[in-house]
Structure formats: structure tokens, C-alpha cells
Design a protein. Sequence first.
Length: 288
Amino acid sequence: MIITIDVGGTKISAALIKGTKVIKVRKVDSIIHQDLANLASYLVNLCEGWAEQAFTVAVACTGLVGAERVNFLSANDSLPLKQQLEIGFGLPVVMLNDAAAAAWAEYTLRLDRTDNTLAYITVSTGVGGGIVQNGKLVMADDGFCAHIGHMSVSRPDLPVIECHCGRFNCVEALSSGTAIANQASSILNKGVSCKTVFNEHLSHPEIALLLEQATDSIVELIANIRALTGTRVVVLGGSVGSTNLFQERIKTKLKALPKIYHVELLAPVSGEHADLIGAALYAGSVIG
Ligand code: ADP
Ligand code: ZN
């Protein structure tokens, strides 16, 4: 069995996984913004009693995740999490970005897949992704790889918005749940979540335009990814990306692109434990 841990900004989940079957799950609040120094021991404690049954530990983690270290964008220093966890668990540890883990889950679990290249995009609090190219998950030593939310997109009809990373018109600044909520809140003059925008304010003309821009930006991103990787399959997930509104609108808009950019847009199949299962499958393929 494999111990898998999904380290997010608000929640941390851990599971004991056999193949693709989740045997046990535990969930706690995240501490990455409060107590990074104790993260490793927090994770080891969360998995108490499991190490004896497992042969490896797989970690899907938000932020810049290299093979050895992680860097949560809000923290200045990177953390040698792999080494800390190997000492704590007494087991080999494999780390990868959470969206990369979900990409691997989609790639591995999709029985209808005919290509060996696939791009996964998640639109949720932020915009992230993972690329499987010719059967290999694309990664970088410092973890800054496939962070597709920070690819900038331009069209004459898109507004110019500064991203928190310091560049302009990153997809994350135009299409993320946070971006939609922020822009809608200033249009409506009250604080609203992205979910509320989708449920209650779609008939407002300025909000409707906002959603056109958000989905146009994802379409531009998909065209860029297609040009870079040659992928013919794009899986669009995340709380915002999985909505019918995003799926249907983006599918329609993709058809208007020049034919060379056309891809098959799919909803995810790997479910609520995508990151956990993807990390376990990936660690299993690396450790053997
Ligand atoms: P995460 O997926 O990042 O763990 P949540 O799913 O709680 O966190 O929410 C992330 C973002 O997705 C928020 O901006 C939230 O408003 C938005 N969101 C969640 N569910 C929906 C939905 N059904 N429709 C539109 N936006 C949603
Ligand atoms: Zn950015």
C-alpha cells in the first residue's frame, strides 16, 4: 500500500491507497501559511499507524514542487520536504505538484485515451495544470513547470489585468475563481464568491461579459498548450472548470479557433480524490 498526502492551502488530506482504491482517508486543516517549520511532523502524525503497512509515501502538494524541495509561493524559502518526510516516515518519498498528480490520474485512468499526450487544466481558487508528454509527466527540478495559470493570454477584447506574480494577463488573473469573484464584487459593489456569481448573477450584463472574458482566456490557454505540446486531449477540471457553464462555453468557443488548434475537451473522470490517487499511481510507477 501507498501513503498519499495532498497538501493544499486550506486542507490537507491523507490516504492509504491500494492500486486506485482509497482504503482510509483523514482530513485536517492546512498549516502551510502558519507553521511551515512543523509541516513534516504534522504530516507524519496525520498518518500515524500507516507506515508499517506502506512501501512508499506519495505527496501531492500545492506550489512549486521539485523532486526534493517545495516552495509555497507565499514563503520565501523552499523546504526540504522530501528529506524531512523520509526521515519522519522511514520510507521513500515521491513528491509532485497537486495539479500534476491530477493530470497523471487522468492520463492513467482514462480508458478511452488513444494518445500518449494529455494536458490537464484546473480552474478553481487559482488556475493550474499538468502535462503528460509522450507518456511522461513533465516536471522541473525547481518545480516551476506546467504552472499554466501564469501563461499570459492576449486578445484585443480582453482587459489588461495585473497578476499577483508581477506579469500582466496571466490566465489566473482573468479566469480563476478568485479573479471572477474579485471582479464581480467590484461590479456588484458587494463581496461575492465565484459560486454565487454563477448561481445568481449571470443575467447581469457586466457579469456576463466577465464570464465571456474568463472563458475566452481559457480557450486562448488551450490553443497555446496545443501549440506547445501538440496535445489533442485537454481535461478541464477544478470547482470552476468542471461546471457545465465553463465546459459548454469553452467547447463551443474552441470550435471557432482555426482547425489546427482544435482539441477534444473532456471533464475529469478521477473524482474527488484525483490528487491522492494520481500521486499514488505516480509514486507506484517510479518506485515500482
Ligand atoms: P478548492 O477547489 O480550491 O479547494 P473550492 O472548491 O471551495 O476550493 O472553491 C474554489 C473556487 O471555486 C472558489 O472561488 C469558489 O467560489 C469556486 N466554486 C466552487 N464551486 C463552484 C461552483 N459550483 N460554481 C462556480 N464556482 C465555484
Ligand atoms: Zn501570473
